[in-house]
Design a protein around this ligand. Structure first.
Ligand code: MG
Length: 272
């Protein structure tokens, strides 16, 4: 390569490097611009007295406490141990055949199928308690497997994971096959666990395309294990998540079909 050609190539390289850095600067400016959040109410003249930043309306609703096994006064009780009246089988809409126990819980009746609430919900706060049976049986995904399905299609895994390894995105508290939990917070096998879940449904446009993902926040025995986790779609055993457009849906509980022996009790929701 002669001197002239070398200088030419150098020029092109310098030019393209300058263009790159200009591009990077522009992108970083866009990022900076996007990071600016303007709260409209604070653009007015700033108050000079404390009363200027205090407001009294609308009033905040008073809700009874959920502490010590209580149910908030505005909650919809889905199961209190007295009957399975609010539930039905998903497959044929017949009355739920799961076992109603004397201690106020219900247990999966093997191979009768998943059950769902008759009522349907959108965004909810859900409280649900579950336990896996003793003595333990089998291993991996076949030990105390059930599941809590928000909107009837998004599963938060229920599994006896005590001394029982499995794939992490299918372990207890996972958004099944999508999001492993942040921690494993299970009670000893045979003892009750509590899930407190905040579910925000995805949003769809009029063409049926998803325009905003749903989210799940899950506390397992008081420990946060899903922190506003994006729901990427449905939670199938095989294949990628799908995003069918939907409105409200039921709460569904899984019969895994392998005599899981999982029990549930104290189930209530608050609509958000
Ligand atoms: Mg399951």
């Amino acid at each position: 390569m002669n001197k002239l050609a070398t200088l030419g190539l150098l020029g092109v390289l310098i030019l393209s490097s300058c263009q790159e850095s200009t591009k990077e600067a522009a992108l970083s400016n866009i990022a900076k611009k996007e990071a600016v959040i303007v709260h409209e109410e604070y653009t007015k003249p700033e108050p000079t007295k404390p009363e200027g930043t205090e407001f009294y309306e609308p009033k905040v609703p008073v809700v009874g406490s959920a502490l010590n096994g209580g149910v908030p006064s505005d909650a919809i009780v889905l199961f209190d141990g007295s009957s399975l009246e609010g539930w039905m089988h998903v497959q044929d809409s017949t009355a739920a055949k799961w076992h109603l126990n004397e201690d106020g819980s219900m247990t999966v009746a093997d191979k009768t199928g998943n059950i769902r609430t008759k009522e349907e919900f959108g965004d909810i706060q859900l409280h649900i308690e579950w336990k896996s049976p003793i003595p333990v049986q089998r291993e991996g995904q076949n030990r105390g497997n059930s599941g809590v399905f928000l909107n009837g299609i998004y599963e938060v895994q229920v599994l006896d994971n005590n001394n029982n390894d499995t794939y992490v995105n299918g372990q207890v508290g996972a958004i099944y096959k999508q999001g492993p939990p942040l921690a494993m917070a299970s009670s000893p096998t045979g003892e009750w666990n509590v899930y407190d879940i905040i579910y925000h449904a995805p949003e769809f446009n009029s063409e049926g395309d998803k325009i905003k993902s749903g989210t799940l926040t899950v506390f397992h025995n008081g420990v946060v294990i899903q922190d506003h986790t994006e729901i990427k779609g449905t939670t199938p055993y095989i294949g990628w998540p799908k995003n069918p457009a939907h409105g409200k849906g039921p709460l569904m509980l899984q019969d895994h079909g392998d005599d899981s022996g999982v029990s549930y009790r104290n189930i209530w929701v608050r609509e958000l």
